[in-house]
Design a protein around this ligand. Structure first.
Ligand SMILES: [Zn+2]
Length: 417
């Protein structure tokens, strides 16, 4: 399912604003009640399971508020997600956390609590429905309104209501069925992608070497050094400079990762892939536990950019366990796995003698692992395979040459150091 968002200003009719304001407050109360209930000072004990939270709070919230049942559930989901991100922040990012607090500035609507009409919508409140007219910008050309709002292809699915400076805004979520339903493709071709903290940032099973992790690290070190000096200076102007170079580095690195992500998706499209496989981020994090937070952030960011871009083309993005992907021989049906197979950048199989770049070998194994997962889970993919430089290899290690494959994309050239 493809998702897009678009925000529209609302003109609330009659005395609707009083009802909406009270609904904001009761929705806040409901979400807070659930957050209080699920919270624990011991992060391991924070409850995030929606059913458990529902059982523990539903009756109380119904009694304490006049919210309709769907709003009670939406508030509970909002609180559960907030608790979940606290837990993630603590365990994954090592950040200090505090109990989520809701400020009463949002109400979540689903298809049962909002009705979309051509020029207005009706919204559930604590006491019946309120009508609000859309206030569109004067010129909607080249805006999300033109692309999604009046399109037959996009369907309004849900929305959140916000209030800022006494004005109501509706944040609408649009959905579209992707052209290919990726969960049922019968002939799944997988692009395996290996990510690295040094050397090439990303290497694909089709032999594309993309981005330069050393260059990214170098730029980051340079930024850290400048930041250190400015922090010691401690003046107001140093503080402002610090902020500026921080933003500039943030934009630069996101842009760099974005371009690598585009190159990965381009590679998948050129080879008619239905899926892109990465190593599981949590497990990579264990493997590079001595790696920097920045590198972990970069991997996460890159995978998110790829997932977002791939969605547009109906390409699935999935992850696999990374264990042994660097030690296993990816040549045809060999599969020999040994620590000594790999020496730095070079992979030379001790059994069959095949020699490959070790990141390229790992990328092929990552693709292979997703194929194995599909075969074992009976995902209905009768004929799935890994995309290679020129051709594919299936789950049994049988190689099929490509009939004709367009020119492989030139690797993203790295700027000179
Ligand atoms: Zn081998």
């Amino acid at each position: 399912m493809l998702n897009r968002n678009c925000e529209v200003k609302l003109d609330v009719l009659a005395d609707g604003d009083t009802l909406l304001d009270e609904t904001f407050e009761q929705f806040r109360h409901a979400a807070q009640h659930v957050a209080d209930c699920g919270w624990s000072t011991n992060p391991a004990n924070i409850e995030t399971n929606k059913n458990t939270l529902n059982d523990a709070t539903y009756d109380d919230v119904r009694e304490q508020t006049d919210l309709v049942a769907n709003h009670v559930q939406a508030a509970r989901s909002l609180a559960a997600e907030a608790l979940d991100s606290c837990k993630e922040l603590y365990f994954e990012e090592d950040q200090p956390i505090s109990k989520p607090t809701f400020r009463g500035s949002v109400i979540v609507y689903d298809s049962r609590t909002i009705t979309f009409n051509d020029d207005h919508c009706t919204l559930s409140t604590i006491d019946g429905r309120v009508t609000a007219e859309y206030v569109f910008p004067k010129d909607t050309s080249n805006t999300p309104f033109e692309t999604y709002w009046n399109s037959d292809e996009w369907e309004k699915s849900s929305a959140t209501l916000h209030k800022r400076d006494d004005t109501y805004y509706l944040h609408v979520n649009f959905q579209q069925e992707p052209e290919t339903d990726t969960s049922t493709v019968e002939n799944g071709t997988v692009l395996g992608v290996d990510l690295n903290v040094d050397g090439y940032l990303a290497v694909t099973s089709t032999g594309a070497f993309l981005g330069n992790a050393d260059y990214l690290n170098h730029k980051r070190d340079e930024y850290e050094r400048k930041r250190g000096t400015l922090q010691q200076t401690g003046t107001r102007s140093a503080h402002l400079t610090l902020k500026r170079i921080g933003n500039r580095f943030g934009n630069w690195s996101e842009d760099y990762l974005h371009r690598v992500a585009l190159a990965i998706v381009g590679e998948a499209r050129r080879h008619d892939c239905d899926a892109i496989a990465f190593e599981n981020l949590k497990q990579i994090r264990e493997r590079i536990s001595n790696g920097k937070k920045f590198q972990q952030w970069a991997f996460k960011q890159l995978q998110e950019f790829v997932a977002y871009k791939a969605e547009d083309h109906g390409i699935l993005v999935d992850d696999v366990r990374p264990q042994y992907t660097s030690r296993r021989c990816s040549h045809s049906a060999c599969g020999f796995t040994h620590k000594e197979n790999r020496r730095g950048d070079e992979f030379a199989c001790l059994k069959c003698g095949k020699e490959l770049h070790s990141d390229y070998n790992a990328a092929r194994n990552i693709g292979w692992r997703l194929v194995q997962h599909w075969l074992k889970s009976g995902a209905g993919r009768a004929n799935c395979q890994v995309a290679l430089k020129s051709g594919t290899v299936n789950g049994n290690g049988d190689y099929s040459p490509a009939e004709s494959i367009g020119q492989t994309g030139s690797p993203l050239t790295s700027p000179p150091l």
